[in-house]
Design a protein around this ligand. Structure first.
Ligand code: G6D
Length: 352
């Protein structure tokens, strides 16, 4: 099954959709949309932040949530909380609060020192999206003006979560803009495949990557690529995350918060495979980078319910175009122009 794309099941198969109130954020009522397929896999999405709230698989002990999820909306209301949210306009860090678009300097609001992180202080993750749910999809739309988030152009974005009978979750991102701007979205899910409260140090990880980006102290990439081989960054074979994290203890970060370069690959080859026991998540993307973050300094300020927030309680694997593309088109193109709508996609397959 590894990497195998299963045939799409007959769309006539009906699947269950349930909705429930999930509190309020800044006066706006939040709704949770849950879809269950015929195998009993459940996907729950919130309209606030277009958040992937839960992914539950059926096990002998009952349904098990594979995502770090806060028990109520208070875990998501803070604009500085990103877990499981849709991230954009631009996933990666933009240094010094500006970039050049068609030769013109564009100044951006900063939310991490002088850096614009995850689309800045008013990014996609801080917004209430309009949801339209059906038996197997939750479609969320958002209109963002330049006045809202400081990026040029007024943008219409659609994020569509689909849970298939093939146990794939597909997240589609589509955007149009009134003026040239940037668009490089991702999802900031944190995975923990343990049934209990263990950290990800007992997980196995494989990445389709031979290099990672050198970053400055502010985690903005320099554009230089470094080899993963013979280092804790080498996940080219099935690797125990605890062993890899042990190799990172000499660093200030004491874990991974890094941009892995993903080479061109077949669409049915995963960029990442994460396993713990009988459960495996494979992530598929056609973009050329994957940010891997292992929650290295998480503390009790975060609430993940029965998963105690602490270092290494989860792993984020954020598919995107390399953040260096902002400075140099050799790393990719994340421009969104009025005459050319953009579409991105990330897919996940679950074995359990
Ligand atoms: C780290 O780089 C990561 C971000 O992706 C994450 O959102 C943040 O911590 C909470 O800086």
């Amino acid at each position: 099954m590894t990497g195998q794309i299963l045939p799409a099941m007959n769309k006539e198969d009906t699947m269950g959709l349930t909705t429930e109130a999930f509190g309020t954020v800044r006066g706006a009522a939040v709704t949770a949309y849950t879809i269950e397929n015929k195998h009993g896999v459940r996907m729950t999405v919130l309209d606030y932040g277009a958040t992937w709230y839960k992914l539950e698989v059926p096990t002998a002990a009952g349904h098990q949530n594979l995502l770090l999820s806060s028990p109520d909306i208070s875990g998501y209301a803070d604009p500085g909380s990103y877990h499981s949210k849709t991230i954009g306009r631009v996933a990666g860090r933009i240094g010094q609060g500006h970039y050049k678009q068609n030769g013109q300097v564009v100044n951006l609001p900063a939310n991490e020192g002088t850096t614009t992180l995850h689309g800045g202080p008013n990014g996609f993750s801080t917004r209430m999206w309009q949801a339209d749910a059906s038996a197997d999809t939750v479609k969320l739309t958002l209109h963002v003006t330049s006045a809202d988030d400081g990026f040029p152009g007024d943008v219409d974005v659609t994020v569509t979560y689909t849970l298939g009978e093939d146990d794939f979750v597909t997240i589609d991102y589509a955007a149009t803009s009134s003026a040239p701007t940037l668009f490089n979205p991702t999802n900031h899910a944190y995975w923990n495949l343990n049934a209990g409260d263990d950290t990800i140090q007992n997980h196995l990880l494989t990445l389709n990557s031979a290099q990672h980006y050198e970053v400055q102290a502010n985690k903005v990439p320099t554009g230089e690529l470094l080899a993963n081989l013979h280092s804790g960054f080498d996940f080219s074979r099935v690797t125990n995350l605890g062993d890899a994290l042990a190799e990172m203890q000499w660093t200030e970060e004491k874990g991974f918060d890094d941009i892995f370069a993903i080479p061109a690959h077949a669409t049915d080859e995963p960029v990442a495979t994460l396993t713990q026991g009988a459960i495996t998540v494979q992530e598929f993307s056609d973009r050329n980078a994957l940010v891997v973050f292992t929650a290295n300094k998480f503390g009790t300020e975060l609430n993940f319910g029965e998963k105690t927030s602490r270092p290494y309680i989860g792993i984020a694997m954020e598919a995107q175009t390399a953040p260096s593309a902002i400075d140099d088109p050799k790393f990719g193109d994340i421009t969104l122009s009025p005459d050319q709508p953009r579409h991105e996609q990330i897919r996940y397959h679950f074995s359990y």
